[in-house]
Design a protein around this ligand. Structure first.
Ligand code: IMP
Length: 191
């Protein structure tokens, strides 16, 4: 990794998702890191767990680009639906959307759900590492709030949805924040 002219360490984040990039940039900026987006992409494995997907993507991108990278693979796991949409979260969001997910959840009493984010890290020629963050919440009965992205308006965290919380508050408690905290703890010990 490089240091920029302000002596901040630059981290290359491979993602085409502008919302993930914005959150990771904002979270790491508060800790003195600069995040550079790379939109080259990588193949996404179909797996039940997010860790192998993130590890494979990070290794693939690090080899392809010849530089140290991070990736983020994340998803929403709804307990009453046995973890659905989980690793299929992006597909379900695009093809069903929040309203249809709420419809599937209509008669469910167990509203508990977990957001999970896995940060994959890889240096060229090295084994990838993964850092997992989770946050527990409940699936709301209707969409609330215009902040965030994806499932944020239906993910209720302590009475407010992530959509209502907005970036600053969401970034203090989110799955992505928790995964990045673990990554930075490891990174600080390395440097
Ligand atoms: P992937 O990591 O590219 O496979 O996609 C993850 C998908 O999970 C996103 O497209 C969103 O639908 C959803 N997701 C992941 N993190 C969040 C979040 O912080 N808020 C809302 N939706 C999320």
């Amino acid at each position: 990794m490089h240091k920029n002219e302000k002596n901040a360490l630059e981290i290359v984040f491979v993602t085409g998702n502008e919302d993930k990039f914005r959150e990771v940039r904002e979270i790491l900026a508060t800790m003195g890191y600069e995040v550079i987006q790379n939109t080259n992409g990588y193949p996404e494995l179909q797996e039940e767990d997010l860790e192998p997907i993130a590890a494979y993507g990070a290794r693939w991108a690090a080899e392809k680009l010849g530089m140290t990278v991070i990736v983020d693979d994340s998803g929403l796991f709804i307990n009453a639906l046995n973890g659905f949409p989980g690793p299929y979260s992006a597909f379900v969001e695009k093809n069903l959307g929040n309203k249809r997910v709420l419809k599937i959840m209509e008669d469910e009493n167990d509203r508990s759900a977990v957001f999970k984010s896995v940060i994959g890290y890889c240096e060229p020629g090295a084994e990838p590492l993964t850092f997992t963050g989770t946050v527990e919440g409940k699936i709301a009965f209707e969409e609330r709030g215009a902040g965030g992205f994806g499932y944020d308006p239906i993910f209720d965290y302590d009475g407010m949805t992530f959509g209502e919380l907005g970036d600053v508050e969401k970034n203090k408690v989110s799955h992505r924040r928790r995964a990045l905290d673990k990554f930075l703890e490891w990174l600080d010990n390395e440097n």
